[in-house]
Design a protein around this ligand. Structure first.
Ligand code: TYM
Length: 357
């Protein structure tokens, strides 16, 4: 039997190569929100210093629910612009649009043939969304969504022999999809030979689940939150301040951390602490006796100090779409180099006949 090529064959033995990081975000809103930023995107920026980074705007995932084509195109560009504006450096990280690298859909097919129907049906995000939409409003794409996500991740596997980890920075809500990805990687390796490194979820402590400002029991979410419950990265300063001042707080007036009795204040404390880098006990001490008003006013300033420069840079990047398109083309080229190689290995291992030359 001929030796199968391994992904990254040329890197074999270069154990000094940095670990890889891969993550994705959907272009399904006019702006990213604070949950995206603290749960995931801030880690994306930090990890590019120590990892070989691949960051993907997942437009294929965005069509699993009904969408408007023009809006999707616009939001994909706005999403990419925000990533660069947050500090993702196109010279170091490959930022790309998922549909520019067709291997994502191809690997998803192969992995879907390894996924049990019941296994896919147990995904809680699918159960939540499909129960709201009913069976006739739910696409098969929504059902297989987590398998496409597994493909996004596993395409960027380092060579398993090289000892390089593959890390995936995400919020808490993605934990189950990461578990499925590991299961599928393991299953593939078991059936067809060691091909994929098992990816590790990289979930931040403290900010893994930012909740809705109006419904502190629920996740801040572009699809489920009301406009008053969500803080957008591209929000204007006036409305941003108002939303924070009107955030649901709890009975009493003490700024103290208590997940059960003070879910609203606790969420605001988590946000403050994550953005300013101050511990929660220090914040409690700073606001002891001063009531919710001052606390919220200061928090609004901290949020604006973070988001205003990102908003300004995003708008500037969107002024020159050709430049933005070129950055994305470069990202896709770098991503393709790895994705094409992984897919060659997968095709060979699965038993597809090579095309000949
Ligand atoms: P998406 O687009 O819904 O969200 C992007 C990232 O933001 C995180 N997040 C949150 N973190 C904390 N608190 C919140 N309220 C909050 N809301 C969202 C999400 O956990 C996510 O990390 N399925 C993914 C997209 C995806 C992906 C991938 C991620 C597709 N392929 C491959 C990683 C690797 C999603 O829907 O993210």
């Amino acid at each position: 039997m001929p030796e199968a090529p391994t992904p990254e064959a040329s890197d074999a033995g270069t154990t000094a190569a940095p670990p890889r990081v891969l993550s994705g975000i959907q272009p399904t809103a006019d702006s990213f929100h604070l949950g995206n930023y603290l749960g995931a995107l801030r880690q994306w920026v930090a990890m590019q210093d120590t990892h070989e980074a691949f960051y993907c705007v997942v437009d294929l995932h965005a069509i699993t629910v009904e969408h408007d084509p023009e809006l999707l195109r616009r939001r994909t560009k706005v999403a990419a612009a925000q990533l660069f504006a947050m500090g993702i450096d196109p010279d170091r990280s490959a930022v790309f649009v998922q549909s520019h690298v067709p291997e994502h859909a191809e690997l998803a097919w192969v992995l879907s043939c390894l996924t049990g129907f019941g296994e896919a049906g147990r995904m809680t995000q699918f159960k939540d969304k499909s129960s709201k939409q009913g069976t006739s409003g739910t696409s098969v794409g929504l059902f297989t969504y987590p398998i496409l996500q597994a493909a996004d991740i596993l395409l960027y596997t380092p060579d398993p022999a090289a000892g390089r980890p593959l890390r995936v920075p995400v919020g808490e809500d993605q934990r189950q999809h990461l578990e499925l990805t590991r299961t599928l990687a393991q299953r593939f390796n078991h059936r067809f030979g060691e091909t994929f490194v098992l990816p590790d979820a990289h979930i931040p402590e403290g900010a893994a689940k930012i909740t809705d400002l109006q419904e502190p029991g629920a996740k801040m979410s572009k699809s489920a939150s009301s406009p008053q419950g969500i803080l957008d990265v591209l929000e204007e300063p006036g409305p941003m301040r108002k939303k924070i001042m009107r955030a649901v707080t709890d009975t009493g007036s003490e700024v103290v951390y208590d997940e059960e009795k003070k879910a609203g204040v606790t969420n605001l404390l988590r946000i403050y602490s994550a953005l300013e880098g101050t511990s929660i006990p220090d914040l409690e001490a700073r606001y002891a006796g001063s009531g919710y008003g001052q606390f919220k006013k200061d928090l609004a300033q901290v949020v604006l100090d973070t988001f205003t420069p990102i908003r300004e840079r995003t708008l500037k990047l969107l002024d020159d779409e050709d430049h933005l398109d070129r950055l994305l083309a470069r990202g896709a080229e770098r991503a393709s180099e790895v994705a094409v190689r992984t897919m060659e290995t997968v095709r060979e291992r699965v038993g597809f006949v090579g095309r000949g030359r």
